[in-house]
Design a protein around this ligand. Sequence first.
Ligand code: ADE
Length: 423
Amino acid sequence: MQPEGKLGDVRDPSLAEEGVRLVEWAGREMPVARLIKERFSREKPLQGLTLAACLHVTPETANLALALQAGGADVRLCASNPLSTQDAAAAALAAVYDIPTYAIKGEDNDTYYGHIASVLDAEPNMTMDDGADLAAMLHTERQALLGGVIGGMEETTTGVIRLRSMAKSGKLRYPIIAVNEADTKHMFDNRYGTGQSTLDGITRATNVLFAGKNVVVAGYGWCGRGVAMRARGMGAQVIVTEVDPVRALEATMDGHRLMRMDDAARVGDVFVTVTGGKHALDARHFQAMKDEAIIANSGHFNIEINLDALEDAAVETREVRPMVRQYVTADGRRINLLAEGRLVNLAAAEGHPSAVMDMSFANQALGAEYMAKNAAQMTADVYDVPLEIDRQVASLKLEAMGQEMDVLSEEQAAYLAGWETGT
Ligand code: ADE
């Protein structure tokens, strides 16, 4: 292991060659990020800015980091989850691409927060978060640095909720663009990305057959919709649990079975939490579960499954496969927890496919450019991604996919803009 220094702290720099191959492979499916990188190389919209990013350190993130670097930013990167780092990608970033990277798969909590502190040591002008841990540390332990920060971006639902709560209580000190709120982010990344990668993570960890299983999906936001849709596609009977009546109704009309978790706990074979909240699976649910139930989380934080209660319910625990810890209850039932209750799609698989991260990260890069230009006119609040950026990302993606769409004629546009014409 190399000492912490300019190039950060990664597991093994000798993995860099493998990492470069993975970064280039991911880049094949990231045409929008590539176009942005090419333009950024010419225009340098981020020149002179130090950008601290706390993201899942994957080959897709490496492609984003390279686009930001091409735009002139001095990029520093750390992990946004202790289990989501792909060590080869981290090595390539640090040893080949000259981006100081602080991320080791399986790092303990102290190292995780130490790594965030390390990227903050660079005194960033801009932040990029996935879950808001970087912004949270800046606003608590490192407030002296806040004066130098012009703005930031946030990738995920959980982070946006946290930052809105900071803004509401008057604690937020710089403007944030909520990348998650772009249509070209949540409708694709959260739905198709989480849908596919969550089933991928569960499959890699367990090799379970979904066909004929009862799959319980807790939460029917964009991620839950994706997981439910893909589980059904694999032949599972999908049960959804929800606390929001509109989403619950939507799940029902989408053809899923709606149940309270208290009831679903008795019949589920595989449970996936994607609520963004706390303890969707709790002590009473573990008491009701069938022998050999599989439980996994794909929400940002590892608090959707009450891990302390699971520990309390067990008389014995054992690692039965990589990423599968079995909890044996006093009455002999076995409950299989995947990936320590952390994001199963990133911990047990590779996260979302590159083609979908292309759009999320295009929003990140264009958001950073927008922030660099407009931060002086923005107040310390949470902003949506400007509509022009959202539409630009969709248009570029369609073009890259070789898809063509219609354009309104002048007559059609005038009709839609007016109100006079009726029946
Ligand atoms: N979040 C989900 N999947 C991801 C990936 N492949 N890279 C970075 N962040 C992600």
